[in-house]
Design a protein around this ligand. Structure first.
Ligand code: PLP
Length: 372
């Protein structure tokens, strides 16, 4: 057989397959998968119905690149109502998930060699997307409550290009308080740094308050999407919003890599943002119940970590031997190494899984801890 020589660009060689995917693919058939960050709820019926209607009505062609106007208007209304932000529809770009929004922001703003500041541990995509754009990801450490270390953020700000803020955070579930968010935006503004505020978990918050970074300055691009809020991960619809100077440039990248977000998904998202919002509260309450159950069980098993205020993850220190035993017991969790270099002996466990699955997982984790 002929051996094919494949020349791969350095920027792609420089990134790795996500550690989360690796764990997922390694799992056995009766494994309990607490590794993925995906809601286990079905998309609400009125959202599905809107998509079916869009198909029946033939709304299946390309849309304008920015996204259908009625969806961008609905997103502006949402940003005003829920986030206290004032945007016009031409400042909103609808994307194929928050993932695409993050990608095009990096492509539009990062020059080769630019430093991109991000939390370490932090969401896996940020460093990879920064690298793909030719940038240099620079980790910022966390404090004892797993929130951004503000002093370190300030020190690293000078000469950076972007600061990626994610609250509530993946993988820690930490929620940044308003004074942290304000400080980051203001330090960034002083240093000429743009803040990318990834707010995909804004609604999954338990007792704390979500504060949008864009409330504190114009140097902010807000990224969000329907995936987590409305249990719509597979629909691939998200958005970015910011000053027109940013959205116009981002549009160029979006236009060539995506053309537009899926038309059908855009109509579904329109129904999501304009329809009954109680569906979000129902999911939030369920996540909170699971968080309480899981944190209590993990604390009882001897793991020491602050109870997270948001998202649907717990992130806790675990010895390598115990980690391996948990995996061997068939509970898929993700090692801290997937999220940066600062938390090697940690694990992320997602509670976007049914209570029954969590109970089974807890049993197995207890056995792993006790060496049974
Ligand atoms: C912090 C964070 N941002 C963005 C995304 C991507 O979301 P989307 O499905 O909208 O691309 C995820 C998904 O896990 C995430 O955890």
């Amino acid at each position: 057989m002929k051996v094919v020589r494949v020349d791969i660009a350095d920027r792609v060689r420089g990134i790795e397959i996500s550690g989360i995917r690796k764990m997922f693919e390694a799992a056995g058939p009766d494994a309990i998968n607490l590794g993925l960050g995906q809601p286990d709820f079905d998309t609400p019926a009125h959202i599905k119905a809107a998509a079916i209607r869009a198909i029946d009505e033939g709304k299946t062609g390309y849309t304008v690149n920015m996204g259908i106007p009625e969806l961008r208007t609905a997103i502006c209304d949402k940003l005003g109502r829920e986030n206290g932000l004032s945007y016009k529809p031409d400042q909103v770009l609808v994307t194929a998930g928050a993932s695409e929004a993050l990608h095009i922001v990096m492509q539009a703003l990062v020059n080769p060699g630019d430093r991109v500041l991000l939390a370490d541990p932090g969401f896996v995509s940020y460093a990879a997307l920064a690298t793909l754009a030719g940038g240099i990801p620079v980790g910022v450490g966390l404090d004892e409550r797993m929130r951004i270390n503000i002093e370190e953020a300030k020190e690293k700000m000078d000469g950076a290009r972007l600061f990626v803020l994610n609250s509530p955070a993946n993988p820690t579930g930490a929620v940044e308080p308003a004074d942290h968010v304000r400080a980051i935006v203001e330090y960034a503004s002083d240093a000429g740094v743009t803040v990318v505020s990834d707010e995909v978990y804004e609604h999954f918050i338990y007792g704390a308050e979500h504060v949008s970074a864009a409330r504190f300055g114009d140097n902010v691009i807000t990224v969000n999407g329907a995936s987590k809020t409305y249990a719509m991960t597979g629909w691939r619809v998200g958005f970015l919003a910011g000053p027109r100077e940013y959205t116009e440039e981002c549009l160029k990248v979006h236009q060539y890599c995506q053309a537009c977000a899926t038309s059908i998904s855009q109509y579904a998202a329109l129904a999501a943002y304009t329809g009954d919002q109680s569906v979000v509260g129902v999911m939030r309450d369920e996540y909170e119940k699971r968080r309480d159950y899981l944190c209590e069980a993990l604390h009882r098993a001897g793991f020491r970590f602050p109870t997270p205020d948001g998202a649907f993850y717990t992130f806790f220190p675990v010895e390598p031997g115990v980690f391996r035993r948990i995996i061997d017991k068939g509970v898929v969790i993700v090692p801290g190494t997937a999220f940066g270099v600062n938390a090697p002996e940690y694990a992320r466990l997602s509670y976007a899984a049914s209570m029954g699955q969590l109970e089974k997982a807890v049993e197995r984790i207890e056995e792993a801890v006790n060496g049974v």
